[in-house]
Write a protein that binds this ligand. Structure first.
Ligand code: DX5
Ligand code: ZN
Length: 225
């Protein structure tokens, strides 16, 4: 089993041909579904209908990234729609512990997302409860942005924090990732790599997933080497 997982973001897929695009990335480990509410982030994407559509089309686990204010109000909708893993933003949550416990009680995996300016130290008292930590490597809201290099140091600090706590959540990174930087991102501690434009903007999306995966595995091999 590979240490590195790839989660293509359908934000860059062709929504008029979603089933075809999902079929093209059948080698992926997760499908990353970016839900944007036009309030927490300055963009509106899609909601439960697309989660349901993915669920009816693929067996690949759905990694649902909620870029929404007050996730407590609607998180159940996404669980009911078929999400396998849900991440909520630290910056958007008032009762984060309650939200995470609720998602897990409903049989779904749960994670917390941090924006680029939010330090990993805010996870100190929630880390032990998480299945995933997602570090944004761009400001959320749009695909096709440039990777923020400081994320690498943040990944290393998060990995050290996980070791100190004796926990091993999935560590996901989202934004500006492709085969050109997947190696350094994985070497810094990421285990799940999100890629939107680098996958669906490629002429062969499956080959793009494989290339990012291969680069990520090279980076993972450097850890502890
Ligand atoms: C940004 C989204 C990302 C985005 C990544 O707000 O959370 O998942 O789709 O797109 P790329 O890989 O193009 O940066
Ligand atoms: Zn995302």
């Amino acid at each position: 089993m590979s240490a590195i997982k790839i989660s293509p973001s359908i934000l860059s897929a062709d929504m008029a041909n979603l089933a075809r695009d999902l079929d093209r990335i059948s080698c992926a480990d997760y499908i990353h579904v970016d839900v944007m509410d036009g309030h927490f982030v300055p963009n509106l994407s899609y909601g439960t209908a697309i989660v349901k559509a993915c669920k009816s089309t693929t067996d690949i686990p759905l990694d649902v990234h909620l870029m929404i204010s007050n996730p407590d109000d609607t998180v159940d909708w996404y669980i009911d729609a078929g999400a396998d893993l849900i991440t909520v933003h630290y910056e958007a949550s008032t009762h984060l512990h309650r939200t995470i416990c609720h998602i897990k009680d409903r049989g779904c995996k749960a994670g917390v997302v941090l924006n680029p300016a939010t330090p990993v130290s805010v996870l100190e008292d929630i880390l032990d409860d998480l299945d995933m930590v997602l570090l944004m490597s761009v400001n959320p809201g749009f695909g096709g942005q440039k990777f923020i290099p400081r994320t690498l140091d943040k990944l290393r600090r998060l990995s050290a924090m996980c070791r100190e706590h004796g926990v091993n959540p999935l560590i996901e990174v989202d934004g500006g990732i492709g085969s050109g930087n997947a190696e350094e991102v994985a070497a810094a501690g990421a285990t799940v790599l999100v890629a939107g434009s680098a996958v669906f903007g490629a002429s062969d999306p499956a080959a793009a997933v494989e290339a990012i995966h291969h680069a990520g595995e090279l980076g993972y091999a450097k850890i502890g080497a």
